[in-house]
Design a binder for this molecule. Structure first.
Ligand SMILES: C[S@@+](CC[C@H](N)C(=O)[O-])C[C@H]1O[C@@H](n2cnc3c(N)ncnc32)[C@H](O)[C@@H]1O
Length: 193
């Protein structure tokens, strides 16, 4: 069995994917912070990818690759990435469990998934359901998402969660038994009702 230290550090020179990158605001931060050897940016919407390209591609050549694609079928090899970022994309995906399984598939063992996700209480409440467009069926709440992480062998090590609103979290591709965490030190889980 391999053991993985529960750390949120990502080394420079690694391979990183952002799923649902939108116009590339987060991707620019990822690029500047982690200086990856390869940064893959994927979004379902061609208009977003074009905006991200404009936002990120300055005059210098950068190792950033843009792709229009579906999170539920990532065009990347198994076990090929050190980190995946997802800021608010998974709750847009009809087959969201497949989306999460795909994140796990493309991560190397010990790779890290940084995520921000929202629950229906935020985006499908009596006001937001009239304003925002999201899939209606089979939406995940806190319990569903935690279960799906477990099923995908992604161990949540750091979370900050508002139970009815959404979650910020870090998942490591490893079984819970093989993640070394000292309570209140390496790992941290905060849940607010
Ligand atoms: C709420 S926006 C977040 C954009 C960006 N991550 C940010 O934080 O600004 C959700 C993004 O997910 C993309 N998206 C929705 N469904 C997707 C799918 N199945 N595969 C990939 N991207 C998807 C949308 O096109 C949109 O750009």
């Amino acid at each position: 069995m391999q053991w993985f230290k529960s750390t949120v550090a990502v080394k420079a020179g690694t391979a990183i994917l952002e799923v649902g990158c939108g116009r590339g605001v987060g991707a620019k931060l990822i690029y500047e912070t982690y200086q990856p050897a390869h940064l893959y940016l994927l979004d379902l919407d061609l208009r977003m990818i074009k905006k991200a390209e404009r936002w990120l591609n300055g005059e210098n050549e950068k190792p950033i690759y843009f792709c229009v694609g579906d999170a539920a079928r990532l065009p990347l090899k198994d076990d090929s990435l050190d980190a995946v970022f997802g800021f608010g994309f998974l709750h847009h995906v009809p087959a969201w469990r497949n989306g999460l399984a795909e994140v796990a598939r493309v991560l190397k063992n010990g790779g890290v998934y940084f995520m921000e996700e929202y629950y229906p209480g935020l985006y499908q409440n009596f006001i937001t359901k009239h304003i925002l467009v999201h899939p209606h069926r089979d939406r995940f709440n806190s319990q569903d998402l935690h279960q799906a992480f477990q099923n995908a062998s992604l161990t949540l090590t750091h979370t900050f969660e508002l139970k009815r609103m959404g979650i910020l979290g870090v998942g490591v591709k490893a079984d819970a038994d093989s993640v070394i965490c000292k309570p209140n030190e390496d790992a941290c889980q905060v849940v607010l009702d």
